[in-house]
Ligand binder design. Structure first.
Ligand SMILES: Cc1ncc(COP(=O)(O)O)c(C=O)c1O
Length: 439
């Protein structure tokens, strides 16, 4: 449970942050002044000895909790044996591929390992272009697929593009179902999924007739935890099949138990051709992958897809250990169970806090959209930051605001969280919310 022993930030944290300002660019996201020293499970200890409950998991990475003893033991053991052997085969890489394929829906029967989520989305889009005649890719407003040039070009938010010059040609963007602020001014279900119907119109006006794929996040994370309404993904997949395109599903953030299922796609009746994995796959050590059907992946020319660090023995051993922990400790089920608790508590808070405009989430990933009042829905960015700051002062670590409008609080604790930790963290959050809204 949290323990605050200094003013925040403490003296050592202040000195390090001053050095950071001198020696590092400020291109990273602007987090509360928490300088992490070590962490175990769901508890972070900062460099001054203050302890915080974790609602970040890094950034939805440490699904098995921080420094799980079995995970640390597996990494230590592998570190004493072998770190890198490039494209030469190694037992950990091959066993990891076998293990992940065993968890995936049957049609996704091969796995290509890379290092970061951006590597995975880039690879998936390159694969779609390589095995088809087309090169245009449909993506969504608000999407985040990473910060490399191709991934940023697929992205649908200006945050990663503005100021960085022309993007890669060939991307078309259409609205994503952000039902709290529908771009068409409609309401579900009366809208009859107008945003899906609009895709035909947009493609007929913008495509040169060279489409090869559609890429979408499973739920839009950075845009504010936006979850499409029922039937939307099934409808999108029907459209993709009618057009003869590849369906790329970016599960970098949502896979490995985060949403209360092993893979988020299991919430819907869909069958993507290529699935991007990352974050929770390695649960700490960088590890990412593209899963796909062998009919697609076996078409890639030898040498055209590989990577210096992808599938290295250390990250592969770490990922195997993480998956073993998830299975042994039933973390997917824990995420689903705690998800019900989080939902109930947030909905209850919404009753008394007018500024808590919308609550959305699944399992252990939630987005809380802060507004000045429910009627106007005007985004309240200052209040969003104030709540996060109040949480920090009380010993709860929360990531900087997310959302298309910068007014969403992201809740994403490690999946090893206990019910007692969940309740304690929710109590701290409620007190912080009430303090920031002046109640
Ligand atoms: C959905 C999604 N795709 C891709 C990425 C990029 O991953 P990375 O930062 O590891 O390159 C992220 C990272 O937040 C993500 O959430």
């Amino acid at each position: 449970m949290p323990k605050i022993v200094t003013n925040l930030p403490g003296p050592k944290a202040q000195a390090l942050l001053e050095k950071s300002r001198r020696f590092e660019p400020h291109s990273m996201s602007d987090q509360v002044p928490l300088v992490w020293d070590h962490a175990a499970g769901c508890v972070i200890t900062d460099v001054d000895g203050n302890e915080f409950l974790d609602w970040t998991s890094g950034v939805l990475v440490a699904n098995v909790g921080h420094c799980h003893p079995d995970y640390v033991a597996a990494v230590r053991e592998q570190a004493g044996k072998l770190f890198n052997c490039y494209d030469f085969a190694s037992e950990p890489r091959i066993l990891l591929a076998e293990k992940v394929v065993g968890l995936l829906p049957a049609h996704l029967d091969k796995l290509f390992l890379v290092t970061t989520g951006s590597d995975a989305t880039e690879a998936a889009m390159r694969i779609a272009r390589c095995v088809s005649d087309g090169w245009e890719i449909l993506a969504f407003h608000g999407a985040f697929h990473g910060r490399t040039l191709g991934a940023a070009s697929a992205g649908g938010s200006l945050g990663v593009k503005h100021g960085y010059g022309p993007m890669v040609p060939g991307f078309l963007h259409v609205p994503y179902p952000y039902c709290y602020r529908c771009p068409f001014g409609l309401e579900h279900p009366a809208c009859d999924l107008q945003c899906l119907k609009y895709i035909d119109w947009a493609v007929s006006k913008e495509s040169c007739g060279a489409m090869c794929a559609v890429i979408t996040e499973s739920y839009q994370g950075g845009a504010g935890s936006l979850i499409p309404p029922p039937g939307w993904y099934e409808g999108l997949e029907r459209w993709i099949r009618d057009q003869g395109l590849f369906f790329i599903f970016d599960e970098v953030q949502s896979s490995f138990g985060r949403t209360g299922k092993m893979f988020c796609m299991e919430h819907w009746d869909i069958h993507p051709d290529l699935v991007c994995l990352g974050k929770g796959l390695g649960s700490g050590v960088p590890c990412a992958a593209v899963a796909g059907r062998h009919e697609i992946l076996d078409l890639l020319p030898p040498g055209s897809m590989s990577s210096t660090n992808g599938g290295n023995p250390l990250s592969s051993a770490a990922a195997i250990a993480a998956i073993d922990i998830m299975e042994r400790e039933s973390l997917v089920e824990n995420a689903a169970r705690l998800g019900d608790l989080f939902r109930a508590r947030f909905v209850e808070m919404q009753r008394s806090v007018e500024q808590l405009g919308d609550v959305r989430g699944m399992g252990l990933v939630w987005g809380l959209e802060m507004v000045t009042d429910r009627k106007s829905k005007d985004p309240d960015r200052d209040l969003t930051k104030a709540v996060i700051h109040e949480c920090f002062q009380r010993g709860l670590a929360v990531i900087a605001p997310i959302g298309v409008l910068g007014n969403v609080i992201r809740v994403a604790p490690p999946l090893v969280m206990t019910e007692a930790e969940a309740n304690e963290s929710l109590d701290i959050f409620e007190a912080s919310l009430k303090a920031a809204t002046g109640r």
